[in-house]
Design a protein around this ligand. Structure first.
Ligand code: GAP
Length: 483
């Protein structure tokens, strides 16, 4: 992983945060290529899940909307969600080396004094009993640092969605089932950040809370498990490396009726590791916020259509009136209930890391003279590739640079493209292979005669001659979702 992290740094994918001051554990920066890659991932997710989600199990349209909530919320949100009371990992300290370790991951950790052993296995280790360590970052809002002003950086984006559930319903006139999506930063004071960006203290999530009728919740749980697994495959993750795993009853979070982790075989581990959790959260969150805010009616869903359909069976069509003589029973719950929630919760940084691992390829290819040479190539799916195409003049004379610049300027408003007229053409190809650019377009002597260019495919190395006027369409086709 250290070698891979160096490659990512040298190429401008990921840098250690504040490196010039020795870094800070668990925080990372994205460089020029990394920021494009991560943006493409988030945009693909938003496009495929929010704007254009796959049809439902019965061919129905899926209704999704987005939100962008504040990172710091009223701390009561985190009391209601259970994070203040219980969002903790078991931690042990070593009195000898002063190291801190997650008790449940100690077997995979290294003793700082004796790295070949796990903490506790070296005779000098003096481990304490495990104690709960709350992972939320605490801060103060306002000038006074008092108990009353304590606030938290959100440890997940999900709660902003639950807190706004009623606002969204009221302002968008959605009906069940529907989903609310959010992409944004989350912060966890992880005890042992590790494996490059895999476990960071600041990271981004791509979360959906899908609200549905309790009777249909298992169908939607299945739907989202399938949709989310297929999404990773559609972006080039090989199915062998993707392992959906249903959590055992003993692993489930307190709120969960069932959770499937979509796991990925990262090269740093023999075991697949979580990319995303798809959780059936039941009515835990809406009920918790209803109870803590004292606003039941804000979180319950009134099925107006059903109520109106049964109008003939009642003396009044006012639900409030009718409730006075109908205390909460199964019949009332037919009309008013807490929706159940299915939550596909993915990590943008974890998936970026998986995409980098998946794309990284070292292979032998023939050089210009046909001799085998090693190349490093990032085989990104074209939708995710940071640079979509590079434009080169074969040589810097005979009008080729001007023609190449003309094509570059044509393509620039549509795609992230790169112009390179420096060095031997073979070297320019290799640089783009390392950046994962799917197409290299070369302007040569024939371009000036017949208006055609060569397009070189990054993976097959095949070069095709196409009219310059068709280049934009070739790139656009490769970027079309589903291709
Ligand atoms: N709202 C549910 C929730 O937050 P989670 O399993 O704790 O569930 C969801 O987090 C996803 O967020 C994970 O599958 C992972 O991709 C990402 N994630 C969680 N903790 C992370 C960390 N410390 N560093 C990077 N990504 C993390």
């Amino acid at each position: 992983m250290a070698r891979f992290a160096k490659f990512c740094k040298d190429m401008g994918f990921i840098y250690q945060s504040s490196e010039i001051y020795g870094g800070i554990n668990g925080f990372w920066d994205y460089g020029p290529l990394g920021v494009e890659l991560k943006r493409n991932i988030k945009e693909a997710w938003w496009h495929d899940m929010v704007r254009n989600p796959p049809l439902g199990p019965n061919g129905q349209e899926i209704h999704m909307v987005g939100l962008d909530c504040s990172i710091i919320m009223n701390p009561k949100v985190w009391v209601a969600s259970g994070h203040v009371g219980g969002f903790s990992d078991p931690m042990v300290d070593c009195k000898t080396c002063k190291g801190r370790f997650r008790a449940d991951q100690i077997a995979a950790a290294q003793c700082p004094l004796k790295p070949s052993k796990a903490p506790g296995q070296f005779e000098e280790c003096q481990l304490t009993e495990p104690r709960a360590f709350n992972l939320m970052f605490q801060t103060y809002v306002g000038a006074v640092q008092s108990e009353d002003n304590i606030a938290y950086l959100r440890p997940e984006t999900a709660q902003g969605i639950f807190a706004n559930y009623r606002n969204v319903l009221d302002s968008s006139r959605l009906k069940l089932p529907f989903g609310i999506a959010q992409v944004g930063k989350a912060f966890r004071n992880e005890i042992n950040p590790r494996n490059f960006t895999f476990r960071s203290r600041e990271f981004e999530q791509m979360e959906i809370e899908f609200f549905c009728h309790p009777a249909e919740s298992m169908m939607w749980y299945q739907y989202w498990r399938d949709v989310r697994k297929k999404w990773y495959s559609s972006l080039g993750i090989q199915s062998d490396n993707l392992r959906p795993r249903e959590q055992g009853k003993d692993e489930l979070a307190h709120y969960s009726i069932g959770t499937t982790d979509i796991e990925y075989m990262f090269p740093f581990s023999d075991e697949p590791q979580e990319l995303e959790g798809v959780a059936h959260r039941g009515d835990f969150d809406l009920k918790a916020h209803a109870r803590h805010s004292g606003m039941n009616e804000k979180f319950m869903y009134f099925d107006e259509e059903r109520w109106n359909a049964d109008a003939g069976t009642r003396a009044t069509n006012s639900f409030k009136e009718w409730l006075k003589t109908n205390p909460p029973t199964a019949e009332v719950e037919k009309y008013q209930f807490f929706p159940h929630v299915i939550e596909p919760s993915a990590g943008a940084d974890r998936f970026t890391l998986a995409v980098l691992c998946e794309a990284y390829t070292v292979e032998e290819v023939p050089d210009a003279k046909g001799k085998p040479e090693e190349r490093v190539v990032m085989k990104f799916h074209p939708r995710l590739a940071p640079i979509k195409a590079a434009v080169f003049p074969l040589v810097n004379k005979d009008g080729m640079p001007e023609k190449a610049l003309e094509l570059y300027r044509q393509l620039k408003p549509h795609f992230n493209v790169f112009f390179d007229d420096k060095g031997a053409i073979g070297r320019r190809y290799r640089r783009q292979d390392e950046a994962g650019t799917p197409f290299c377009i070369t302007i040569d002597g024939d371009t000036l005669k017949d208006g055609t260019v060569t397009i070189r495919d990054r993976d097959t190395l095949k070069q095709e001659r196409v009219p310059m006027t068709e280049v934009q369409a070739v790139i656009a086709k490769a970027l079309t979702p589903g291709c």
